[in-house]
Design a protein around this ligand. Structure first.
Ligand code: PMP
Length: 404
């Protein structure tokens, strides 16, 4: 590259290079097998505790057959945006099915959950309006707020006083949109939705939930966080993804028909991007059926979650405030978090490290994600290995553990 400044700027930053040199770089690890609770990496069988496929549906024959049949009928891609040539009958059918399932008038599918958040957040409010977000909201919400050109205010994570302080300071006239995750993707806790909705009513704000991690996990048959609290009609916008419980790729928003019609004609991440592939749509739709027909999966997911939480607490791990199959094990040191991830991989256990800037340095953690298809033995094996390594790395454990 001729431009010296560009060459310097585009070099890997020192931190990444340092991690690579120290052999603790934990990203982009290629999997060479099918993906359930055990996968193959580097020629070894590895227990998977880093997947968001909460219901374990990526290998389900009904889901796979639906994807194959869609390829046979429609081909491999749509070669265009939903707006123009990229709408298939199965896009529209799945939108209707999602709206019915969630209890909303209408739904709209995007090609990813990230794009759904970009498109929805940027099309609801304008330059003179306000978006109020939880500081722990997903990155795609942060990016959406930038595209909206609105005034953006952050409240402390799941903190009602902090939210009220902001809402009470805003003028009446502009649109106010509060955005929260249903289940927070790093901490695993659930949004305090009833009290937040009360505040939204009091200060005439709209509320949007990103339920990427609530769909398939919470609520009746996995209908998600708003359903879990019986607050579907009070929740103005529900955003979700196909990339977690639904074992596919794509995103959606569900809301009143008029709102969806507005988003449909405004969201640039929808209008200027190719539509979700036939296989993605058909597999998400089939996974939605399986989720309802095989209710044991959600039960098993929660059984596994309780088992893991109890065992981790018994051993004395700091797992924060989790209320979901996302279990943070707080290490509170970026370097030890990376080391632990590497040592666990050597012991054939896959976990995800979460470090700065995704969380504050003092909150760095190992994220354990449970699936319906894990068994107790796999969970016990993984946690025993985590415990052994935690002792080697001097990770502080709670004293009271044995009394739990
Ligand atoms: N919202 C949240 C809370 C997420 O965790 C994710 C995925 N990590 C997304 C949105 C984006 O979804 P997708 O993978 O479909 O782009």
């Amino acid at each position: 590259m001729k431009n010296q400044h560009a060459t310097q700027r585009l070099q890997l930053n020192a931190r990444i290079t340092g991690m690579k040199n120290a052999g603790i770089y934990p990203y982009f690890r290629p999997i060479t097998s099918d993906q359930d609770t055990a996968v193959r990496i580097n020629g070894k069988d590895v227990l998977m505790f880093g997947s968001n496929s909460y219901l374990g549906l990526t290998n389900h024959p009904y889901v796979q057959d639906a994807a194959k049949a869609a390829i046979d009928k429609y081909g491999t891609g749509c070669a265009g945006s939903r707006f123009l040539n990229g709408t298939l009958d199965i896009h529209v059918e799945l939108e209707e099915k999602l709206a019915r399932f969630l209890g909303k008038e209408s739904a709209l599918i995007f090609s990813t959950g990230f794009q759904a958040n970009l498109g929805v957040v940027s099309s609801i409010t304008g330059r003179h309006d306000y978006i109020i977000i939880d500081e722990a909201d997903h990155a795609s919400i942060y990016e959406g707020t930038r595209l909206s050109f609105s005034k953006v205010l952050k409240f402390k994570h799941n903190n009602l006083e902090s939210l009220e302080r902001i809402l009470s300071s805003l003028p009446e006239e502009p649109i106010k949109l509060v955005i929260v995750d249903g289940v927070f993707s790093m901490e695993g806790d659930i949004v305090k939705l009833p009290a937040m909705i009360d505040l939204c009513h009091k200060y005439q704000a709209m509320i949007m939930i990103d339920d990427a991690h609530g769909l398939g996990v919470l609520g009746e048959q996995g209908r998600g966080t708003a359903n879990h609290f019986g607050l579907t009609s009070e929740t103005d916008l529900i955003v979700g993804t196909f990339s977690k419980s639904l074992a596919s790729l794509g995103g959606f928003v569900a809301a009143d028909a008029k709102v969806i019609d507005h988003i449909k004609h405004t969201a640039r991440s929808l209008i200027f991007s190719a539509s979700a592939t036939p296989a993605s749509i058909a597999s998400a739709s089939a996974a939605l059926d399986v989720m309802q027909n095989e209710s044991w999966r959600i039960d098993a997911l929660w059984d596994n979650t309780r088992f893991a939480v109890d065992y981790l607490q018994y051993l004395g791990f700091d797992i924060g405030e989790t209320q979901s199959p996302i279990i943070p094990i707080y290490i509170r040191d970026d370097n030890k978090t990376y080391l632990m991830t590497k040592m666990l991989m050597e012991e054939q256990v896959f976990v995800n490290p979460v470090v700065t800037p995704a969380v504050r340095a003092e909150d760095s953690l190992i994220r354990l994600s449970l699936m319906a298809t894990h068994n107790y033995e796999q969970i016990e094996t993984a946690i025993d290995k985590i415990y052994k390594i935690a002792q080697k790395l001097d990770i502080p454990l709670y004293e009271y553990a044995t009394a739990v």
